[in-house]
Write a protein that binds this ligand. Structure first.
Ligand SMILES: N[C@@H](CCC(=O)N[C@@H](CS)C(=O)NCC(=O)O)C(=O)O
Length: 121
């Protein structure tokens, strides 16, 4: 059986779509949560310096969009035709547009930018 591990911070964020897919498909996975306080030590050990990371039988896949597009068809969540798949992709892109400033408001090293984003998120 395929061994899945999903690594992310101890919150919803960019892991949530994958987490919901695992739950809806009733597929077991290791839910690896990293505390923010530990992140500065862990970040340099990751390939891209970001989470989430999906590990599949020991192989690492980065980028939430790539992870979601890998899992969705595997678990039967890409609709039943090309048009439905396109609409699902459209919705995923909207979610990413909304999420990006929220993530920047947490992680940006530019304090002024962080504060301005905190106002809108
Ligand atoms: N394009 C990447 C962005 C990943 C990303 O920005 N992850 C944030 C959490 S939502 C992160 O790991 N931030 C840590 C940091 O910037 O040090 C993806 O979609 O996975």
């Amino acid at each position: 059986m395929t061994q899945f591990k999903l690594t992310y911070f101890n919150g919803r964020g960019r892991r949530e779509t994958a987490r919901v897919m695992f739950a809806a498909a009733d597929v077991k996975y290791e839910d690896h949560r990293i505390e923010m306080a530990d992140w500065p030590q862990i970040k340099p050990t990751t390939s891209h310096g970001y989470l989430p990371i999906l590990t599949v039988d020991g192989k690492c896949l980065h980028q939430s969009g790539a992870i979601n597009r890998y899992l969705a068809p595997k678990f039967g969540f890409m609709g039943s035709n090309d048009w439905e798949a396109a609409l699902i992709n459209e919705t995923a892109e909207i979610g990413d547009d909304l999420f990006r400033p929220m993530a920047e408001s947490v992680f940006s090293s530019n304090k002024a930018r962080k504060l301005s984003l905190a106002d809108i998120t």
